[in-house]
Design a protein around this ligand. Structure first.
Ligand SMILES: Nc1ncnc2c1ncn2[C@@H]1O[C@H](COP(=O)(O)OP(=O)(O)O)[C@@H](O)[C@H]1O
Ligand SMILES: [Mg+2]
Length: 268
């Protein structure tokens, strides 16, 4: 595989990532052991940013696949394509990652059907290989290859959970919203607003997170706080910014909306 091919997946600039606990050290050890890693946590809490940061830090290419229920095993491993000269094999993202020694990040892996997910199994144990059955090739993973998956344990129904046989192939890191001081630091940095404004946004989010399971499926994410901050940095009044970025995306229920708007009014 050519170097240019590998280079296109390298992250050139350091992504901004604010360390929350011990995750960098733990991930580095897992990578050194080429252990498959699962990042667990709610949406918008920093999982994808963390993987980008770690790929940059370890100087490894990163190939990200956003999983969905229509995804098939062929979408991951590859397929024969028809062209003027007949058929031609095209590697899927998982195969490319295995060949070039990338970190392959399967985002929201539970969205994929279980018969899709099982294709990663041979890559996650001592075999570290990927059979391309249709092509009749056994790809041996490059020594640098690692597989990382993310998932949000909150959303799972029994039908849509990872099999134990899949789960137990990974070391797992729990992600959640950072503590208030760290989260405000992130929001101020990413949104380009003053720290005291960021502190207020975080307080609103913490209120909403207490409503999880009491009318809300999920509280306001760090991502939404960054959105609100970005609107404020563009000159939008804090209340309007919070309504647009924090409250409206979260709920369609008028009572809950009023409750959250009232929380916003408390802080702005
Ligand atoms: N620890 C962190 N350091 C820097 N930015 C963060 C952090 N956590 C969250 N963010 C911000 O929140 C946004 C959403 O995070 P992301 O990694 O996309 O969430 P997830 O993948 O968990 O859904 C990021 O784009 C970034 O602006
Ligand atoms: Mg993500």
């Amino acid at each position: 595989m050519s170097e240019t091919h590998r280079d296109q997946y390298l992250i050139r600039e350091e992504p901004y990532y604010r360390t929350v606990e011990d995750e960098v050290r733990l991930y580095e050890a897992a990578y050194a052991a080429r252990m498959p890693v699962m990042l667990k946590g709610p949406t918008g809490c920093g999982k994808s940013r963390f993987v980008e940061y770690m790929a940059w830090r370890l100087e490894r290419p990163l190939i990200t696949v956003a999983c969905n229920e229509d995804m098939t095993a062929s979408d991951l491993v590859g397929r024969f394509l028809l062209d003027a000269d007949g058929t031609r094999w095209q590697d899927g993202p998982l195969t490319v990652a295995a060949r070039i020694g990338a970190i392959c990040y399967l985002d929201e892996v539970v969205e994929a059907r279980q018969d899709t997910t099982v294709v990663i199994h041979p890559l996650t144990d001592h075999r570290r290989c990927l059979p391309l059955e249709k092509k009749g090739e056994l790809v041996e993973a490059h020594p640098d290859f690692q597989i990382v998956i993310s998932y949000n344990p909150g959303y799972q129904s029994l039908m849509k959970d990872l099999k134990q046989s899949t789960k137990q192939r990974f070391g797992a890191l729990d992600f959640s919203y950072p503590g208030a001081a760290i989260e405000a630091e992130i929001v101020a940095h990413e949104g380009g607003i003053e720290r005291d404004q960021a502190d207020r946004l975080v307080q609103v989010a913490q209120r909403s997170r207490n409503l999880k399971g009491h009318g809300l499926d999920e509280g306001m994410s760090t991502r939404l706080l960054v959105y609100a901050a970005q609107l404020m940095a563009k000159g939008i009044e804090p209340r309007a910014a919070a309504q647009m970025a924090l409250v409206r995306p979260l709920t369609d229920d008028p009572d809950m909306r009023d409750t959250l708007d009232a929380a916003v009014d408390t802080y702005f």
